[in-house]
Design a protein around this ligand. Structure first.
Ligand code: SF4
Length: 258
């Protein structure tokens, strides 16, 4: 049965209330000292962990501490510095392009408006919203892989497209809460609601989460193995404790044919 919109807003509000209790300080885990540094780090974080990004940015910012320096960088040198974050050629090109446009179009200052931010190379809505909410204290709800996954598991959305998910979540919460809602979902996704092994039994959202009883991959495989053993032991007319491996193989084949 479809959940009505006011109920979704209520659920989102309750999720936020509980997450605030669990994570009193909503932190962005990308190390940065300025808008420019956070912008560069967020560009590097595509398809890469924050931990890995934090390992490469000190050397990057040592060599290129400002947009003016990075705008004139040798792309090959930037590639070497960011290589371990993956997709390094594209990322290096985008970093230099971003710095160059920040200099030529915005007088060396990272812009605040979302339309301006997403006009920079390598900057999508997620990155733009990170900048707005973390350094500019403006409304912005970044939807990364954790926010998308948790929002779906919590029944707040059924959509996969991050931009559509962002608009749906935006409608459920007041604008000042958007950024920290995203940050706290990310923290919870990393610590508890893992993509493959959600720890529902220790999750503070368990009571209001419609996915809390969903079987994990591991439990599905375990259940299948138990069924196979039972069928095999029936065939042998023996107790279920020690079914012959060969019989299990035969049964597996039979099951596969079905
Ligand atoms: S109850 Fe389970 S699926 Fe739901 S948010 Fe918590 S860990 Fe994730």
């Amino acid at each position: 049965m479809a959940v009505k919109k006011p109920e979704l807003s209520k659920r989102a509000t309750n999720v936020l209330r509980l997450l605030k209790r669990e994570y009193p300080v909503a932190i962005c885990e990308l190390t940065h000292d300025s808008a420019f540094q956070l912008l560069a780090a967020t560009i590097l974080s595509a398809q890469c962990t924050d931990v890995r990004v934090n390992m490469v940015t000190p050397a990057l910012f040592d060599s290129y501490p400002t947009p003016a320096k990075l705008a004139t960088a040798d792309v090959v040198h930037v590639e070497q510095l960011v290589r371990s974050t993956g997709f390094y050629q594209t990322k290096a090109k985008n970093l230099v392009g971003m710095a160059s446009q920040v200099m030529s179009r915005f007088g060396g200052e990272v812009p605040r408006e979302i339309e301006d931010l997403i006009s920079l190379p390598g900057v999508g809505r997620k990155t733009a919203n990170v900048l707005r909410s973390v350094v500019f204290d403006l409304p912005g709800l970044p939807v990364d892989t954790h926010v998308g996954r948790l929002s779906r598991r919590l029944g707040l959305t059924k959509l996969e497209d991050p931009v559509k998910v962002e608009y749906e979540l935006n409608a459920m919460l007041p604008p000042p809460e958007w950024g920290e809602f995203s940050l706290r979902l990310i923290l919870h996704g990393r610590r508890v609601c893992d993509a493959k092994k959600p720890k529902c039994e220790e999750c503070l959202l368990e009571k209001l989460c419609p996915s809390s009883n969903l079987p994990t991959k591991k439990s599905v495989i375990e259940a299948k193995n138990v069924t196979l053993k039972k069928v095999a032991s029936k065939s042998l007319n023996k107790p279920a404790k020690k079914p012959a491996k060969t019989v299990i193989k035969k049964v597996k084949k039979k099951v596969a044919k079905k």
